[in-house]
Design a protein around this ligand. Structure first.
Ligand SMILES: *Cc1c(COP(=O)(O)O)cnc(C)c1O
Length: 559
């Protein structure tokens, strides 16, 4: 008999390591960080996800700056074990058989959180059905419906098959609307009574843009899901189309955004709903460089268990030791970057890095708005490192990357710029720990939270960012912990805002960031690094999990 669970956490993607490519980006990293913290904190949790054959893709750069993205083939048996359990779910008129792999996250105190990966690549299934768990975010609407049917409906059935009875699970947590079909199975189990399902479900939305929320036409949904849909589906999922977000919200006791401002934007986007927020975090043990971890062990003992110790003790770290620890991480980054650099980077020069999925709202080219100004401000004083993959089917993103590479070659004698290929969690860790400054320039109200800046902060890398997502909260809590770009609110239209932000970026660099780095023997710089580390006491997944336990999982009722 398995132990009863406080939470069964359902997520379409999870990014536990670079070797298990069942993720696309930040959503998967967050799911993994949350589950790692749950394991550390002894939360009775289990994670339900999908064994994607192809999720994350490996990026390589050709000589001309164009990119190729290759599917990563991986062997699940190297990382997880195949369980004997099988369940079926009726999809597109056929009974699809779903198997499961299990892996365990071991917490620091020895507590274990299992992660279950659903898999339809079984001999019982037709060729088409075997492909349902092939490609994360791969196919069309039809395919997506089948995939979400597997995650939600087969996911709950699989929990039952694994021995978790209905009474054994406190809360089913939907990480993004992808998981919302779990409510259909719970409705079936509970006589189709919404009120019987709601107290058992909670939901987190991650997308501040309407177009990012899945809505399926009902004729398609009926065809794929058939009798899985209850008669009152339009009442709970929307009249005009099956909205996964509405379904999740209407059958949850509580819904959350992932930062304060994102909670506000979500309420505006879905009038009449009641959406709270729990600001995201990162798992500090995962993202902090080994050199910095050793310092924390000495000056903020217990920080793994109680991250708030970092806020209390970051000022106790001696400057010299802090700078030496950071220098080691910086050397690792520069050595790696130099494999791709048109001209070798210099470990003593102020290094600004930014890395993210290349999508337009993140404005990856903002710093190149005015090249003359860039050269004037940064020439000889600043070097820049970029990384970040584009979606293989996204020509905009690929062009952006190609332009960055061309620019790095054109400007090589004026400003050193390197684009490092194949952004994955290993490279992310190298970048966030080795850079001096972490640059993030999203269009305001479009970055739901942003977590790479939190990874930078714990490493003493200083954030330089437009005010959006988590950075609004962090900057308000300590304006000396980094720098902001541009005004607080969305000014004018997008083009005007872009010009204002770009100008401010150059001005801040010229009069604040560069002088602080170059002068005063790094005393002021080290002080700012410590304040950045202090932010990590709050912006971590231990704190986020504690909030979820209190506000979403109502653990005390269960005990
Ligand atoms: C942290 C991380 C992300 C998410 O970063 P954001 O700042 O939220 O965009 C995406 N991809 C990888 C590999 C990461 O490590």
């Amino acid at each position: 008999m398995p132990t009863p669970l406080s939470v069964a956490y359902f997520t379409m993607e999870i990014g536990l390591t670079a070797e298990i490519p069942t993720y696309a980006g930040g959503l998967g990293m967050l799911a993994a960080d949350l589950m790692m913290s749950a394991a550390d904190m002894g939360v009775h949790a289990a994670c339900m996800t999908v064994r994607w054959q192809h999720g994350y893709m490996k990026q390589t750069i050709r000589e001309d700056g164009s990119q190729s993205y290759a599917e990563v083939s991986w062997k699940p048996e190297k990382h997880m074990r195949l369980m004997p359990n099988k369940v079926t779910v009726q999809l597109d008129g056929r009974a699809v058989t779903v198997g499961v792999w299990a892996m365990t996250i071991n917490g620091r105190g020895g507590h274990k959180v299992p992660v279950f990966f659903l898999d339809t690549d079984l001999p019982e299934n037709s060729f088409d059905d075997r492909k349902i768990t092939s490609q994360l975010y791969g196919g069309d609407g039809y395919m997506r419906l089948k995939q979400e049917g597997v995650l939600g409906i087969a996911g709950v059935r699989m929990l039952r098959s694994l021995g978790y009875e209905s009474k054994d699970i406190g809360t089913y947590h939907m990480n993004e609307g992808h998981a919302a079909f779990l409510t259909l199975e719970l409705l079936r189990e509970r006589d189709f009574k919404d009120e019987a399902v709601k107290p058992s479900c909670a939901f987190t939305t991650h997308t501040p843009v309407k177009a990012g929320h899945d809505v399926f036409p009902y004729d398609m949904a009926w065809k794929v899901l058939g009798d899985n849909l209850p008669w009152h589906i339009k009442k709970i999922a929307g009249e005009d189309g099956l909205s996964m977000t509405h379904l999740a919200m209407h059958l949850s006791k509580k819904s959350f955004g992932v930062s304060e401002v994102h909670g506000m934007v979500s309420n505006r986007m879905f009038p009449g709903e009641d959406i709270g927020f729990i600001t995201n975090g990162v798992h500090l043990g995962r993202w902090t460089s080994p050199e910095m971890q050793k310092l924390f062990d000495t000056y903020a003992p217990g920080w793994h268990e109680k991250p708030e110790e970092l806020s209390k003790h970051c000022r106790d770290i001696p400057d010299a030791e802090l700078l030496t620890a950071h220098k080691a991480a910086k050397k690792r980054l520069i050595d790696h970057a130099n494999k791709f650099a048109p001209v070798a980077l210099d470990p003593n020069v102020l290094t600004i890095a930014g890395a993210r999925r290349v999508v337009s709202y993140k404005r990856p080219e903002l710093i190149y708005t005015n090249l003359e100004r860039l050269v004037e401000v940064c020439g000889g004083k600043v070097q820049i490192i970029h990384a970040g993959n584009a979606h293989p089917a996204d020509p905009f993103g690929q062009e952006v990357i190609q332009r960055m590479i061309e620019r790095s070659r054109e400007l090589k004698d004026k400003v050193k710029i390197v684009y490092i290929p194949n952004y994955n969690p290993d490279l992310a860790k190298m970048l966030v720990s080795g850079a001096d400054v972490w640059l993030n320039t999203p269009t305001r109200l479009h970055e739901a939270s942003g977590t790479s800046g939190m990874k930078a902060a714990v490493n003493g890398t200083i954030n330089f960012s437009t005010l959006d997502g988590w950075w609004i909260e962090a900057y308000a809590s300590d304006p000396e912990s980094g720098w902001r770009i541009g005004p607080l609110s969305q000014a004018l239209d997008a083009d005007d805002t872009r010009t204002i932000d770009a100008e401010d970026l150059y001005t801040e660099l010229q009069y604040q960031v560069i002088p602080e780095f170059e002068y005063s023997d790094h005393v002021r710089w080290a002080r700012r690094m410590k304040r950045s580390i202090g932010l990590a006491g709050n912006f971590n997944t231990h704190r986020a999990i504690a909030e979820y336990r209190e506000k979403a999982w109502n653990e005390e009722r269960q005990a």
